[in-house]
Design a protein around this ligand. Structure first.
Ligand code: SF4
Ligand code: SF4
Length: 440
């Protein structure tokens, strides 16, 4: 890691007052629990030097601790690179809304947690969607994810996207990529912030197991036209689970790398799912699910050229400096018939309202309440945990999904959740891997 900054020996770091030390994997993770920040120390000399820096200048600490140049530089470099002196930054408003535009889909994927297929009879009209977008913007909203079903089945998709973009929202499209033409892509690209296209195999044969025959090339064509038209493109790849997935892993890696190489001059990336969403392959045993996670993490790491598994989403969230004290629980999710949910995985949560009978202002109030209630400071035992600003509190869906709207507004903090050493260890590993891959 290069840090282009000269630091005087007289410099005294203003380090956070609450520091936790976790010994894991032969290293010491030094955690600033309120700031959601950490550094990783390799030996006792580095630890002694860090402790000296809590009260002394760099020069004074060097005189009091027997520590090599490399060790002291490593500690200082990490403190600077990880902005260890900066105060925590909280995200005040709810920035993201997920809008399921239709339940209709031209595919019949076995893993689809939406059970999409047929459009709902009472799907939101164009004008209703416009009103929702406007109200969301007025309530401080920033990002709108348009999803389905397959959004390209909505004849008003272009109008909706353009409308949202024109009033200042960032419009993201989630599509299977099979119903687009070059013309429809070129027309919509100026109004989108990003498009996510799902491809679930490295070949026609493998993709067809999930997404049906003849759809692989269509999705690749959409990827191509969106990319070269200037859109920010994410290919979302969920490897198909089978007993020989381990042997097929290299084909997934090759496929993702080839795509990345082909579009290296564009805003393009492949995101490989490294675990299964609730509802996907519901019949897998815990053992199979764990095996799936291990193999897909390997695929992801090899694609990224990392020797350890690093979760890019995790890194991205922590590099931005915003502390992570929640997931997306409480972000409004609106189904195609207007039903409102508190979590994007709508098959696993209850309806809390309907947009046709409850104004979005009121819905945003409920969402804010639910989001606040599920913050780590309002969850037990997260409120006392050193990872409370780093892990985000892990998935809390099962602790809230029985709550109806009235319940949510009557629940008081702290809500109890379960956690285990395994969950913590998963995060300790991510923290160590992140520092190893990014800062070494
Ligand atoms: S989910 Fe577990 S690891 Fe995460 S903050 Fe809560 S108690 Fe800590
Ligand atoms: S509750 Fe779980 S499924 Fe829902 S947004 Fe949070 S992490 Fe995702």
């Amino acid at each position: 890691m290069q840090v282009n900054k000269e630091i005087s020996l007289d410099y005294r770091f203003r380090l956070p007052s609450i520091i936790d030390y976790v010994n894991y994997g032969g290293k010491t993770i030094v955690i600033a629990r309120e700031e959601g920040n950490w550094i990783v120390l390799d030996n006792q000399n580095q630890l002694a030097y860090f402790n000296a820096l809590r009260t002394k200048t760099i020069g004074e600490a060097l005189k009091t601790v027997d520590c090599s140049d490399d060790d002291s530089k490593w500690v200082v470099t990490q403190l600077v690179a990880r902005h260890f002196e900066e105060p925590p930054r909280y995200q005040e408003l709810i920035p993201v809304m997920q809008l399921y535009l239709t339940n209709g889909c031209n595919m019949n994927c076995p893993h689809c947690y939406m059970s999409a297929g047929k459009a709902d009879e009472h799907e939101l009209t164009t004008d209703e969607v416009f009103c929702i977008l406007e109200a969301f913007k007025k309530n401080g909203g920033i990002d709108v994810k348009l999803t389905g079903g397959e959004i390209a089945l909505r004849p008003d998709l272009f109008d909706i996207t353009k409308y949202g973009s024109t009033i200042g929202l960032h419009m993201e499209l989630l599509t299977n990529g099979t119903l687009w033409t070059k013309e429809s892509i070129e027309k919509i690209v100026p109004y989108i912030s990003v498009v996510q296209i799902s491809i679930d195999g490295y070949s026609e044969e493998e993709n067809a197991k999930v997404r049906g025959k003849g759809n692989f090339q269509k999705a690749l064509d959409a990827v191509h036209w969106f990319t070269i038209s200037g859109a920010r493109v994410h290919v979302a790849m969920t490897a198909y689970y089978s007993s020989d997935l381990s042997e097929k892993a290299t084909y997934y890696v090759e496929f993702a790398r080839n795509l990345k190489e082909k579009y290296k001059n564009y805003d393009f990336d492949v995101f490989i799912a490294t675990g299964l969403l609730p509802g996907r392959y519901g019949t897998l045993s815990q053992e199979e699910s764990d095996e799936y996670t291990t193999i897909t993490q390997r695929i992801y790491s090899q694609y990224k050229g990392c020797s350890n598994f690093v979760d890019e989403g995790f890194i991205g969230r922590h590099m931005s400096g915003v502390i992570l004290s929640n997931c997306s629980y409480g972000y409004p999710t609106i189904a195609s018939n207007g039903d409102v949910f508190m979590c994007p995985i709508i098959s696993a949560t209850n309806v809390v309202a309907n947009i046709r009978t409850t104004p979005l202002n009121k819905i945003m109030e409920i969402c804010n309440y639910a989001h606040n209630l599920s913050e780590t400071r309002n969850l037990e035992p997260c409120n006392h945990c050193e990872l409370k600003s780093i892990c985000g509190g892990d998935c809390r869906i099962c602790y809230f999904n029985d709550l109806k709207r009235d319940d949510i507004e009557n629940v008081t903090a702290p809500v109890k959740r379960k956690c285990s050493q395994d969950v913590k260890n998963k995060f300790y590993e991510l923290m160590i891997n992140t520092n190893t891959e990014i800062f070494h």
